[in-house]
Design a protein around this ligand. Sequence first.
Ligand SMILES: [Zn+2]
Length: 829
Amino acid sequence: MRFSGRVVVAGKKVGRPSQRLTFHANGITVTAAKIVRHDKKGAAELPLARINHHKTLQEVRLHTEGMAYPGQYDVTMEFEGVITDGMTGIYPCYWKDAAGKQQKLFATQFESHHAREAFPCIDEPEAKAVFELTLDVQAGQVVLGNMPAKTTDSSAGRQLVSFPPTPRMSTYLLAFVTGDLHAKSGKTQSGVAVNVWATTAQPKASLNFALDAAIRSIEYFEEYFDVPYPLPKADHVALPDFSSGAMENWGLITYRERVLLDYPGETSQSTREYIALVVAHETSHQWFGNLVTMKWWDDLWLNESFANMMEYQCVDSMFPAWHVWHDFIANEGLAAFRRDATHGVQPVRVDVHHPDEINTLFDASIVYAKGGRLLYMMKQYIGETAFRKGLSQYFIKNSYANTSGADLWAALSDASGKDVDAFMTPWLTRSGFPVVHVAQDGAAVQLTQEHFLDSPEKADSSRIWPVPTFSETAAMPELLESRDSSCELPSAAIALINTGARGHYLVDYKNAATRKHVKDLIRKQKLDEPDRLMLLNGSAMLAKAGYKSYAETLELLSAYAGEASEPVWGVMALVASEVRRFIDLDESLDPTLRAMSRRLAAAQVKRLGWEEKPDEPSSDTKLRALVLGLSIYGEDQSALATARSLFASYQKDAATVPAELRSLVMSVPVKEGDAAAAEYLLELHDHTQNSELQSDVCDGLTATRDPKLAAALLARLKDSSLVKPQDVDRWLVYLLRNRYVRDVAWQWMVDEWKWLQETFSNDKSYDHLPRYAASVVNTREYEKKYHSLFDDKLDQPMLKRNILIGYEEIDARLAWLSRDLSAIQQFFS
Ligand SMILES: [Zn+2]
């Protein structure tokens, strides 16, 4: 668990003469260095006075005897370091081979500023360089780098693997992996070699789906961007330990196993779609991010927002039957709206002073989801043709260089003739989003925009956005640029705006007649899915902010009786589960809400049944799991009986339960207190190599109503041989969300905080903890618990932001619950 190396940095010193050359280095020791200056007279060594490591600045400073004048230098440094379990820099991944023997492989994670943990360098995105890497590792293992391996010399149990020079690139995209891996390989039509890798413990067949998606993603983007894939090969590697979902290292993309491996007959449709989206996301970065890179981390949002939108666009082209644009609006749209409705959430674009801040600023609902929604809105506003043309120009002009958002806006403005900078800047630099109130009196329409927040009294009344109306009514202005706008329609027909949910804002129709009209259109399914789902979401959000009562949202839900679309059902289920928060205030609502769930799901349960039909739409496959989940929550006796019998047959033959229904089937005996079932599931979890199956077991077991079992599950989290650190948060948050065992899970979090901090404080998941905690607070009692756990942690920079947002979120939610409780009681009575 040690490494050593030598780096030669060739480059030009600019600026004033000095007696110091400085590089980034963190956790490694530079043991020797040599500085050689090249000029017309030849090479001359500049004697070294001393080497100094500056820990807090993460620097190594080479102090020289004489002056180092501007000019061309070669700087050679010998260094060494220790490999630790933290998943940055060079790190180990642990796995068991087919014989059950513990194995280890080594991988890297350099984004955002962890290359400096592997070798001294100038570790900033704008310091692009050509890298020529040689690795000296154990023989008999696969060695992967950004470029195809060039030579291999083996002797005495070691192998020396060299890679040809990379294109000019940033340090954060450099990567290597070495271990006992095997691959499935193919080629794109343009001749790019594509390989998908996993440990030899994984069946090769689990690589097929990702390989197909990876090849087709490259082909799609080569055509769409009109720029060839920049490298000779693309490796995709599933790693047994991985902090985030995936990482777009140039030519060597790394993933969680869960996000890449598709086991034929065992993997659910949802996971397969997720794999395709992530592969497309990372592949789009090979151009946007890798070929053209942001100057500094404050434009990281641009990389991620762009990839977030392009992943859907690419998958929509590869698998049109999946209708993933609907998922985009349902998933990314809702995530963005709901997070952004809380006071204190940051805008998409924020200043980043030090890359350490990225972890705390990296709010996925904002940086990925809202950013992606805003780019989608902009694309709708300027049109597909201009968008594509502008992008292609942007790549051609800026290849192998660095840019800021302004460069992209300039290219898109050129291509579209619209001022994209003026349109996007307010959306990106202001937190929140508007609600547009629409009041219609005959043919006269009054439109008023207002900053929307869950706690409207905290909204910024001076904040306005350029709001595209996306209306089918020609008399409507294209863009609302001031607080109040009005227009006169040619007739008194009812005017709707934001059709197709293309704009990132909520709409509040003031007139009862308009609301009735909208409800009729929903009932008759005369509106498209994006409209249907966003109108329901809008109603729920307006209610939670106090513009109306949540009972009205439940009333609106009745218009969805004939609904058969899965993304729309996603929002319906969200409304049905959101209203369950009232149970914490009034237990007597529990049976009523169960009955509501049961009734809501009944028609679709009848239509879909338990069995997958050959060639059914993927939306139906996913919807089946969703509506059966509502039925089972509703304690529908026949659903419970079927689940029980399927669980019994699963134990004899796993193939008898469709993967999509697996976690649901597992949850039923667990909920009912069947100890043998829980034991069986734990055994299954600890012996499978399939991480989706492990997640399903997690979902099943965390449905328990038994505090003793919950405590036993929590106790396992500290043993990394049972639960990988990357999976701890899933177990914890699922137990926290379960009201039967919430107290136990909360207390565990309090008692084990020191361990959580030690294990995760270098990781993105650490700052999720206050967020998860805040999400389950429905009562004054839990509000107190939240304060007593987090008030004294405000001095931790990684947690502070999310703790404060948690206070705001809890305030707004408790206000809503107490405001609407009697209306909800009345609605159900
Ligand atoms: Zn990304």
